[in-house]
Structures are given as C-alpha cells and as structure tokens.
Ligand binder design. Structure first.
Ligand code: HEC
Length: 260
C-alpha cells in the first residue's frame, strides 16, 4: 500500500509538474456555440420569467416564507443563464449585463437563504443589474452556481416541460424555453465536477453533461419545428441522460427526474 501510494503521488506530482494543476483537475471541453443548444431569445425569456417570479414572491413576506427555497434555486438558475447569455454567439439584451447579473444573482441566492429584508435588497440590485453594461469577454466557463441547487431545479423544469407536452401545439414556446434552460444548466454543470462524489472522473462527467445538453437541445429544436413526435423522442433521451449520469455520480437520484 505504501508503494502504491508513493506511485500514485508520483504520477500526481509529475502531472502537476506538466500541467500545473491538481492531479484530477481537468479543463472543461470547448462547447459548441450556444445557439446550437440554447437560443439566446429562449434564455432571455427564461431570465425574465425567473426574475418576475422572484419579484412576485417577494411582494409578501408570507409568500417569501413559503417559497424561500425556490427563490434560492431561481437565483442560482439566473446565474447560470446569465453566464450562457454572456458567452453566447448570438447578440442579446443581457450580454453586456451578464457579469453584473451573475454577481447579483449569486448575492440574491445568499441573501434569500438568510431573510426577507436581505432578499428584497438583493433583488433590487438584480433588477438594476439587468441594464448594466459590462464586458462579457471577461467571462469564462466556470462555476457560478451550486450543483445541488441546480439539481433541485431541473426536475421542476422537467416536470413542467412534460406537462406542457400534453398540450404540445399550444405550449411549444414554453417547452422550447424550458428545454433551453435544461440545456444551459447541463452545459454549465461541467464546471461543478468538484461537487460530485468522483471528481477524478472528469471525462465521464463532461460526457454526461454534454449528452444531457444535446438531448435538451433536440427538444428545443423539435418544439420550434412543432414536431411533437421528435420532441417526445428527445424527451425520452434526455430523461435517460439524467439517469445515465445519476447511475455513476448520484445513484440516489435515479428515477427522480420529475416531481409528478
Ligand atoms: C452530468 C451528470 C448529471 C446529469 C446529466 C443530471 N444529473 Fe441530477 N444529479 C447529479 C449529481 C452529481 C447529483 C447530486 C448533487 C448534489 O447533491 O450535490 C444530482 C442530483 C439530482 C437530484 C437530487 C436533488 C436533491 O438533492 O434533492 C435530482 C432530483 C436530479 N439530480 C434530477 C436530474 C434531472 C431531472 C436531470 C435531467 C434533466 C439530471 N438530474 C441530470 C448529476 C447529474
């Protein structure tokens, strides 16, 4: 065992020497253009929807008390959507605001976990951040949200998406938006490898994130093309991609892909 450890450490040290990184740290693979999996217009709509839902919740202290956990999740989700919009290949109204939006969304998440007054103040700052102008070229793929919060959000988004599937024609736009959100979360989660139970399995993690992203992207495209059969197929593939990843990284969540 002593020898094995010494060898393992030797490999680690050699790699650190080569790459200047901890032994399992791995670079996030270059993603496809964001327009290929999450059209900017859909993400902008989603940001606006999450912001207005938080705004409504914060109108009353009772609602806040009831939906506090949702405010935290929504704020974390906004941070991810803003990052993808900042790095997006399509010009969009939140591109320049993205750095400030990410910061304000993170602050809102922390404030909402505390109390109503802090959440109100942080929410006003998030509203103001929407029209700020910063430099999106400073952004890179890095962790802007907690994996745990994101993983509590995706089954909710997925459940609404599935519900809307039953009224496909009428809800195609809403389906496209929710699919784009899941695609954006899947892509952004690549940066959360360190929060998993196996941070040394970078290749697998990145592959599962990409599979989930691409399956969600296919739902988005099918919804836009008003092709229900393709959307159903892509939804099945996405649900499978959730559980393929859980089988390796979080068996406790297998089968918990929606809340119905
Ligand atoms: C790339 C891997 C991966 C993919 C893809 C993935 N998950 Fe997860 N999921 C995880 C990990 C890791 C956790 C544990 C997170 C934690 O607790 O820190 C998790 C946790 C969960 C949980 C439990 C959350 C809780 O703590 O209450 C649910 C529910 C869940 N995921 C749903 C989904 C759904 C729905 C999808 C597909 C739309 C999905 N996941 C896609 C890796 C993944």
């Amino acid at each position: 065992m002593g020898l094995r450890l010494a060898i393992a450490l030797g490999v680690c040290t050699a790699m650190m020497g080569h790459f200047g990184l901890a032994c399992y740290a791995a670079d996030i693979p270059t993603p496809p253009k964001a327009s290929a999996y999450a059209p900017a217009a859909d993400l902008v709509k989603a940001v606006d929807d999450y912001i207005s839902r938080i705004g409504e919740t914060l109108e009353s202290q009772d609602d806040f008390a009831e939906f506090q956990a949702r405010v935290v999740k929504d704020a974390e989700t906004i941070a991810v959507l803003a990052l993808v919009l900042g790095l997006h290949d399509e010009k969009n109204p939140y591109q320049a605001a993205a750095p400030a939006l990410i910061k304000a969304a993170r602050e809102l998440s922390a404030a909402a976990a505390k109390d109503y007054a802090s959440a109100k103040t942080a929410f006003a700052a998030l509203e103001a951040a929407k029209s700020s102008s910063g430099d999106a070229s400073t952004l890179k793929w890095e962790k802007v949200a907690s994996l745990k919060e994101l993983m509590q959000q995706v089954p909710l988004v997925n459940s609404r998406l599935k519900r809307n599937m039953r009224r496909f024609e009428r809800q195609a736009d809403a389906i496209a938006v929710d699919a784009a959100v899941i695609a954006a979360i899947s892509q952004a989660s690549m940066a959360n490898l360190d929060e998993t139970n196996q941070p040394n399995q970078a290749e697998k993690w990145f592959t599962f994130c990409a599979d989930s992203r691409d399956a969600a992207a296919a739902i988005n495209k099918a919804a836009k093309a008003k092709n229900q059969a393709d959307a159903e197929k892509a939804l099945a593939a996405m649900t499978k991609s959730c559980d393929d990843c859980h089988a390796v990284f979080h068996p406790e969540a297998i089968g918990k892909t929606d809340v119905e």
